[in-house]
Design a protein around this ligand. Structure first.
Ligand code: C2E
Ligand code: MG
Ligand code: MG
Length: 284
């Protein structure tokens, strides 16, 4: 039974792989954008770009499912390169419409091993006439700590061209504090599993509070991900957490919806912002 299940799982991955290959050709992949809110001003500090795949038969396939498939079958660099270019194109289009914002992309460990990653990002920024400080690269903590030499090289390269760096899902890996201190990262994103428990678990509360203090002591900004309730928001504000992201504020949304919001049409379920607050958020 075990072997049969293994075979089935393998076959399913292979199917997904073939379909993902076609999806890239057919341009079925899209990016959605989720706001990050400044805890002190309540304004949007930037957005995170998140891949979406709307499969003609399967419906929406989660990036949690297809990113590992893309990594395993060597498609991640192609997808990652598309994300870099698409995000830059989108930032330029928004800027033309009067909306300047900072966008975060997620980088896979495979992309970090691409020799030309930094040059590629620099070229995309130039091609779309963007300031490098408008881009932020998120790297998952477990990845960040797995291969410190590669990471240091890429991070130094990104810092040199002026791109911000963030350590994602912080708390799920095993960070070596020495490495953390040496990386030119700008922010830590606390994993949403801790935020989820912050109202009910003293341990989670203690961990989040300690991480906020640690990050601040290292000169890093802290972002809490997965904020779903007003209670969580209030606790995080009380801890001086710098930015918050989560369904409580807004779900990831299409580029047009974000722009609509900017024009004053709030998406369903999002917190209330005045358009002028949206305008002012835009950091340069
Ligand atoms: P991540 O970078 O940690 O992204 C945050 C995930 O949390 C997103 O899931 C987002 O939709 C979800 N989220 C945000 N707020 C809440 C909340 O309040 N509650 C809950 N339960 N979830 C919330 P998503 O979009 O499914 O992405 C999952 C992961 O897939 C990402 O985690 C990232 O690791 C990866 N991913 C997404 N897009 C890309 C990409 O373009 N490149 C790479 N390499 N990985 C990506
Ligand atoms: Mg992320
Ligand atoms: Mg995360």
């Amino acid at each position: 039974v075990f072997e049969q299940r293994m075979d089935e799982a393998g076959a399913e991955r292979l199917n997904l792989h073939n379909e993902l290959r076609m999806a890239i050709e057919r341009r079925e992949l899209k990016l959605h954008y989720q706001p990050k809110i400044d805890s002190t001003t309540g304004q949007i500090r930037g957005v995170e770009a998140l891949l979406r795949w709307n499969h003609p038969e399967r419906g929406n396939v989660s990036p949690v499912v297809f990113i590992p498939v893309a990594e395993r079958f060597g498609l991640i660099n192609e997808i990652g390169n598309w994300v870099i270019d698409e995000v830059c194109r989108q930032m330029h289009e928004w800027a033309d419409e009067g909306m300047r914002t900072r966008v975060a992309i997620n980088l896979s460990v495979h992309q970090l091993r691409q020799d030309d990653l930094v040059a590629r990002i620099e070229a995309a920024l130039k091609r779309h006439a963007l300031d490098p400080s408008q881009l932020l690269c998120e790297v998952t903590e477990s990845v960040a700590m797995g291969d410190p030499d590669t990471l240091q090289r890429v991070f130094d390269g990104l810092a040199r061209i002026g791109v911000f760096i963030s350590i994602d899902d912080f708390g799920t890996g095993y960070s070596c504090l020495i490495n953390l201190r040496q990386l030119p990262a700008a922010q830590l994103k606390i994993d949403r599993s801790f935020i989820n428990d912050i109202e009910t678990s003293k341990d989670a509360l203690a961990i989040v509070s300690a991480v906020v203090n640690l990050a601040h002591a290292l000169g890093l900004k802290v972002v809490a991900e997965g904020v779903e309730t007003a209670g969580q928001r209030d606790i995080l504000i009380g801890m001086n957490c710098d930015e918050m992201q989560g369904f409580y504020f807004a779900r990831p949304m299409a580029a047009e919806s974000l722009h609509d919001w900017f024009l004053g049409n709030k998406p369903d379920g999002a917190v209330d912002f005045s358009p002028s607050a949206m305008l002012e958020h835009i950091p340069t």
